[in-house]
Ligand binder design. Sequence first.
Ligand SMILES: [Zn+2]
Length: 321
Amino acid sequence: MEKGYLLGIDIGNTKLAFGLVQENTHSFQEKRVVPTEPELGAEQAVEKIMANTRELLKAVPGKVKGIGIAFGGFVDTTRRIALASPNFPGFRNVPLVSLIEGLAPGIPVFMDNDANAAGVGEVVYGKGQGCSQVLYLTISTGIGGAALYDGVPLAGTQGLAGEFGHMIVLPNGPRCTCGGRGCLESVASGTSIGRIARERAQGRATMMTSLAGGIDKITAQTVSQAARQGDRLALEILDEVGFYLGIGLANLISAFDPDIVILGGGVMNSADLLLPRAVRFVEEHLTPRGVQVPPIEVSSIHNDIALWGAIALAGCFYIVD
Ligand SMILES: [Zn+2]
């Protein structure tokens, strides 16, 4: 029997990625990445999404079985609309699902936010395969995630379940992007690690300053780079990040009792520097209660996880409209 194809579309603030994958395979038949260019407005981004989708559908005529969209912002999964994206203000209330359906009559189209999609991607293609209860966290410029039961992300009443980045781990802590204080994102995201390092590097001897070429240029990557060379301040900062991540994970494991916790996102390139601290906190906190700590692992599909998530959505026909 002739195999069909799944088409995934990942809509981020910096890039739009498209992937065509043959059913039951784990490699791209075709992959395209184009810049989002939010400064040029939503209309041109939608045009690029439509043009690339149209071309990929043409590449395998009549063979695409499903289309999935991972959107880097808020999604109304019932109305199937991309509501808003924090770093792409012009992209609001775009009826993406209907637009794509218009290009591909009869082909099912599914959309979710990129963190939920990535969680589905982990269940279908990554370390969540064969697990019924999966917690996925992405730690990059921000922190997001998904709690999945049998491959389906918990949506919540307002579609806001899985906003793990906004759990409070430090009351009255630093101001968060959400307006609150002391959220996990405000102390453990890539952006926050950079900010904390720039604050603490003032008046301290640290190789982060020279590595970055100035205090103002220190980023989360600088912190990891310096930590690997034994810089005390960098190690201290990452130890603290690991500690707060541990608090977050202990809370999440207590709430969800998952089979596995999977961590993705750019900050996990430094997992060796901060994850042992986090896992130690989780164990110290949960083991005395008799809780068996689930495996806490780094995603194996680091690159393109949201795109793989979109492709996984294309093949999972669970979202009700
Ligand atoms: Zn927050």
